[in-house]
Design a protein around this ligand. Structure first.
Ligand code: FAD
Length: 389
């Protein structure tokens, strides 16, 4: 089998890249390790930056998103009983939208079906061969039968635990990592959200987040020790803990109900450089991870897709390699800014096990500065809605 671009991973990065390339007549094959239902059952990101919204429109998959998404003109931050808003619309005349990653992925799969592009599910043992040559190959197995695809390029969109990054030799690859000493316990519940915009809460019991998917679907999180287990948290214990971390005026309005999903996610900052090796390009979580505090994971994956799709289109339409040669540098410049914002908001809003009295005073001074200083709010707003591509 031969194709132009093999995309390893059928998550949002791989699907969006495949769609943008298909619109320019570039053929792709997506290899996905799991089933489609499995990919569509993962509850993850929910806040889309303007850049991702525009990419969805450019890819021709925005019809349902534009109809069903909820526009957020700002966000709220609380510390103890104080609650203040950062109004993106007033500060920088921009907004973000709430539309679940699951829905983004579903729309992209539906669009891929319509164009008849090839997706292989349950592709096991994917191996990328000769990526540093002009004739790379990708091999994989389905039902015990091995297949080989010859291609021009490989897009490694296979997430943090994928095979693509590890294909880059250790002598070439440099990894930068910070693992935070806590996780987020999250629940999804079919209850009306407590607020029409997100509330990020810093409290002496730890961080909490009130988020939402739609008017009857709430997503809430509390910071928890990494040693905690989902089984150890009853729904009642979760609601009590959440309420204890919010200002009283918010806590008393929380509508509780059974959780329909409950999970614990560790928090990590991670970047692997470079994002290109020969004819292999890393994209999204395959190359970088952020803690979810700034809602940057999916959005940063989308900016990679933007740079990579433009570079490959430039190559195929004009035989111009300038875009592919500068892809890693361009993508990483924006990745590091998103890493900085996610790291800064995580430090601002969480309680750390080794925080000294001085550290707590510094954190408090920084939150108060964000509360009262318009320049600080503007910086926050610019980063939250997403830096331009
Ligand atoms: C629990 C959780 C909560 C999150 N919450 C948020 C949030 O609120 N906001 C936010 O912005 N981001 C959030 N993120 C991050 C966001 O979901 C990711 O940044 C986003 O999914 C990245 O997309 P991706 O396509 O690059 O990678 P992924 O979504 O990880 O997709 C990679 C795909 O590759 C497949 N794959 C892996 N290995 C192989 C292989 N060897 N062969 C073939 N296929 C393979 C996987 O099955 C998967 O489908 C969250 C992540 C997690 C885990």
């Amino acid at each position: 089998m031969r194709t132009q671009v093999v995309i390893v991973g059928g998550g949002p990065s791989g699907l969006l890249l495949g769609q943008l390339l298909a619109l320019k007549g570039i053929e792709t094959v997506i290899l996905e390790r799991k089933t489609r239902d499995y990919v569509l059952s993962r509850i993850r990101a929910g806040i889309l930056e303007t850049g991702l919204v525009n990419l969805m429109r450019k890819a021709g998959v925005a019809e349902r998103m534009d109809r069903e998404c909820i526009v957020h003109d700002g966000t709220y931050i609380s510390y103890e009983n104080e609650l203040f808003s950062i109004n993106f619309k007033e500060l920088i005349d921009q907004s973000v939208v709430v539309y679940g990653q699951t829905e983004v992925t579903r729309d992209l799969y539906d669009a891929r079906d319509q164009i008849g592009a090839k997706t292989v599910f349950e592709a096991e043992g994917v191996q990328i061969l000769d990526a540093d040559s002009n004739a790379p190959l990708v091999t994989y197995c389905v039902n015990g039968v091995q297949y080989t695809i010859a291609c021009d390029f490989i897009a490694g969109c296979d997430g943090f635990r994928g095979v693509s990054r590890k294909t880059i030799p250790e002598t070439v690859r440099q990894e930068f990592e910070k693992v935070f000493p806590f996780g987020w316990l999250g629940i999804l519940s079919e209850t009306p959200p407590v607020h029409d915009e997100l509330i990020y809460a810093n409290s002496e019991r730890g961080f909490a987040l009130c988020s939402l998917r739609n008017e009857n679907l709430s997503r809430y999180y509390v910071q928890c020790p990494l040693t905690d287990t989902v089984e150890g948290w009853s729904d009642d214990a979760f609601w009590d803990e959440l309420r204890s971390r919010l200002p009283q005026s918010i806590a008393e309005k929380i509508v509780t109900g059974p959780s329909i999903e409950k999970s614990i996610a560790p928090l990590r900052s991670f970047v692997s450089e470079p994002m290109r090796w020969g004819r292999l390009f890393l994209c999204g979580d395959a190359a970088h991870i952020v803690p979810p505090t700034g809602a940057k994971g999916l959005n940063t994956a989308a900016s990679d897709v933007h740079y990579l799709s433009e570079a490959l289109i430039q190559y195929y339409e004009h035989s111009d390699e300038q875009g592919i040669d500068s892809y890693s540098e361009m993508a990483l410049a924006r990745v590091w800014k998103a890493e900085r914002f996610s790291w800064a908001t995580t430090n601002l809003l969480h309680r750390f096990p080794d925080q000294s009295g001085f550290d707590l005073k510094m954190q408090r001074a920084e939150i108060e500065s964000l509360h009262h200083n318009k320049a600080a709010q503007k910086w926050f707003a610019q980063n939250y809605v997403g830096l331009p591509y």
